[in-house]
Design a protein. Structure first.
Length: 276
């Protein structure tokens, strides 16, 4: 599918700025967008998650760290509906019970997930990828072949600037660097206006420069979305965590929680994850 560029779309110096349109239907009157309470998940008798409880505030950027096998990915699977909890409750806002919703319903409600390996449409241009992502959101356009409105084109331009790919609109996604593909996929998520974004090791395999730019990107998104980041790169976590809460998982439960300097000084965290 060939999509004609609109005038002004390639400008790197001017254009709309990115801001999230407030989603509808999620009751966050108590200040939290995600509640997990006593969540357990068992696979053939093995407890991947063991009575895990946490909550994330509206607009918060929460970092999740911990050793391999700590339950980080399984927790994300529960939040997105891929895995049903054996016991416990998971709420999106005050009223949406995630344990009763399908993956599609959860995505439509406003939870977006990015896996570690980027999954973009490599034969399509950067612009096409963002447009296709927007049109997969049934709230935005009834058909893949509908013409872009000026408002939709403006949204794409703003996302391109945000993800540092302005000027790359016409480039096939398959020719992007690994880091640029990661940014494009984050942009594709943003096109669907999620209220909660889950990112699984977003800087794995990136160069130092790409990692630094990804930190800048996530810090720009802070407050516009609620974001959960699972990551092993401690330098990156320190950069994006700032004074926010870092949660450490171990054996399927919360081992420690607090500011980055606090968890780094926790003897239990040092013993099971950080080392001396």
């Amino acid at each position: 599918m060939s999509i004609r560029m609109l005038p002004g779309m390639a400008s790197a110096e001017a254009g709309p700025t990115y801001s999230r349109v407030k989603g509808e239907g999620v009751d966050t009157t108590h200040g939290a967008i995600l509640y997990l309470e006593d969540i357990s998940v068992s696979f053939d008798g093995f407890k991947a998650i063991n009575k895990l409880s946490l909550d994330i505030s509206v607009g918060e950027l929460r970092c999740i760290i911990g050793p391999n096998g700590a339950g980080k990915t399984t927790m994300m699977d529960v939040i997105t509906g891929k895995t049903r909890p054996t016991s416990g409750t998971a709420w999106f806002g005050q009223t949406m019970n995630l344990a009763t919703m399908t993956e599609a319903q959860i995505a439509h409600a406003g939870i977006g997930r990015k896996f570690q390996r980027p999954t973009v449409f490599e034969q399509h241009t950067v612009f096409d990828n963002l447009e296709l992502a927007m049109k997969m959101d049934k709230r935005v356009a009834p058909t893949l072949f509908a013409r872009l409105s000026s408002e939709q084109a403006g949204r794409i331009e703003a996302i391109l600037r945000l993800i540092r790919l302005n000027g790359q609109e016409a480039r096939p996604a398959g020719l992007l660097s690994h880091g640029q593909k990661q940014w494009l996929e984050i942009g594709m998520l943003l096109m669907q206006e999620p209220q909660l974004i889950l990112l699984d090791e977003p800087v794995a395999g990136m160069s130092d420069a790409e990692t630094a730019r990804t930190a800048e990107l996530l810090n720009e998104l802070r407050g516009k979305h609620s974001i959960m980041v699972v990551e092993h790169d401690m330098g990156f976590v320190t950069e994006i965590a700032r004074q926010g809460i870092v949660t450490v998982l171990h054996e399927g439960a919360v081992l420690a929680q607090g500011r980055m300097d606090e968890v780094q000084a926790d003897e239990r965290v040092i013993e099971v994850y950080l080392g001396r």
